[in-house]
Design a protein around this ligand. Structure first.
Ligand code: UDP
Length: 409
């Protein structure tokens, strides 16, 4: 992967897009940026940073990525806060606040803050803003979560920190909140040249299926997701079972655990119990180094599901659309930003609806194919990493020229 250079994106993104990136970067050369998040592996944010950081560096913007260090107790608190931002009720105890603040402050002691811009991803590192007066940096809070309907107590606690940032970035207009700081819309993106998304030889795909003992005798329905209740893997099995009464198929649930998610094991047990030894249900627990395998599973699938109950953006949807797959996704979080109903995919609202759409698409392969093709084009236009780079470069300009409505490039 490290051998991929910016110019390799030109055949996919187009010459004009690349020229624009070089032009924008010219005026920002030498600027220093720090990205902070809470895990180096697992989950969408880590996925994005793995490519974004080297590309910004290649454009001459010195970008450093730092991962917050914390113990189990810290990640238990941050997971609860994460779920509360998604709408679950939570009473933040004084002990929870103490753990959250102490770990952040410990991390801060070892953090150099001599950059021009500091981007904190999600709530885990939000307390870093306490160090704002130690720096001349512009501070950005990049929120990947749908916070349109958060637990009020938790949001009020975090809001005091958010308001101190210079700006906030959200993945969808619906996710944002009333804030006294400028807010920007930043769709997440995928890297078309990463192991997760690049083209694969058919032979390799076959090999991966063999490795996981998945025969290719029936249509394959797949959901790739961490084993997390918010991804509703149990609901996926129920929908598959309803559809299977009418159309024979296999179900693949592929996922791993993220190092900042302590709930994975419990959910995996629930999923195994629901699958009840069905030989057509394949539950794959994948290590974090499985990008090529996930790519192969997505490419081998007839339909991809993303039946989340809540969702940030849903990078798995973007990845599936990029592979020209018909996607059935819940109408939550950022999924409707990617699925234009019955054009780039199908939106669903229930287990029954999911089952109906599985059955419909399996029996209308020509419609399924069209959805996949339009989905691919939509991702090419809107959700590739080159788009994301452009958005970051424009943001940096705006931060360095506060109050200006015209910026001379
Ligand atoms: N992913 C992975 N291994 C897994 C499960 C997911 O590499 O076992 C990847 C998946 O392909 C996607 C990202 O992790 O790139 C998940 O991002 P998404 O926005 O869908 O959900 P999140 O996990 O951030 O809630």
């Amino acid at each position: 992967m490290s051998s991929v250079r910016l110019m390799d994106y030109e055949p996919i993104a187009g010459h004009q897009t690349m020229e624009e990136l070089y032009l924008l970067a010219e005026g920002l050369k030498g600027r220093r940026v720090k990205m902070v998040n809470s895990t180096a592996i697992g989950g969408g944010v880590a996925e994005i940073l793995h490519r974004l950081v080297p590309l910004l560096n290649e454009l001459g913007i010195q970008t450093q990525w730092e991962v917050i260090k914390g113990g189990e107790d810290f990640f238990e608190v941050t997971k609860k806060i994460h779920n509360a931002l998604h709408g679950e009720q939570l009473s933040l105890t004084p002990r929870m606040k103490e753990i959250f603040l102490e770990v952040s402050r410990e991390n801060l002691k070892e953090t150099a803050l001599d950059q021009d811009i500091i981007v904190i991803h999600d709530p885990q590192g939000i307390v870093y803003i306490e160090a704002k007066n130690r720096t001349d940096a512009k501070w950005v809070w990049r929120c990947h979560i749908d916070i349109s309907n958060p637990d009020e107590e938790v949001w009020n606690f975090l809001k005091g920190y958010v308001e101190q940032f210079d700006s906030a970035l959200f993945s969808s207009p619906r996710f944002s909140k009333g804030l006294p700081i400028p807010q920007f819309l930043f769709f997440p993106s995928i890297d078309p040249l990463s192991d997760k998304n690049r083209e694969l030889e058919e032979e390799f795909i076959e090999q991966v299926l063999e490795q996981f003992h998945i025969p290719r005798d029936k249509p394959m329905i797949t959901q790739v997701s961490r084993f997390d209740r918010l991804k509703d893997p149990v609901g996926v099995i129920k929908a598959y079972r309803m559809a299977k009464r009418y159309v024979d198929c296999r179900l693949v649930l592929a996922g791993g655990a993220a190092s900042d998610d302590p709930e994975g094991e419990v959910v995996l047990d629930e999923v195994r119990a629901e699958a009840k030894e069905d030989p057509d249900v394949h539950i794959l627990l994948l290590p974090p180094t499985s990008s090529l395998e996930i790519n192969a599973l997505q490419r081998a699938s007839t339909i991809i599901l993303q039946k989340s109950v809540r969702e940030g953006f849903g990078l798995t949807v973007t990845e599936a659309l990029w592979k020209k797959k018909p996607v059935i996704g819940s109408a939550v979080g950022g999924i409707p930003a990617q699925i234009i109903p019955n054009f780039t995919g199908v939106l669903v609202y229930s287990i029954e609806g999911t089952a109906y759409q599985i059955r419909y698409l399996l029996s209308h392969p020509e419609i399924a194919k069209k959805l996949g093709e339009y989905g691919y084009e939509y991702v090419r236009e809107e959700f590739l990493i080159t788009r994301k780079l452009r958005r970051y470069l424009l943001l940096f300009y705006v931060l360095f020229h506060p109050g200006k409505s015209i910026i001379n490039l």
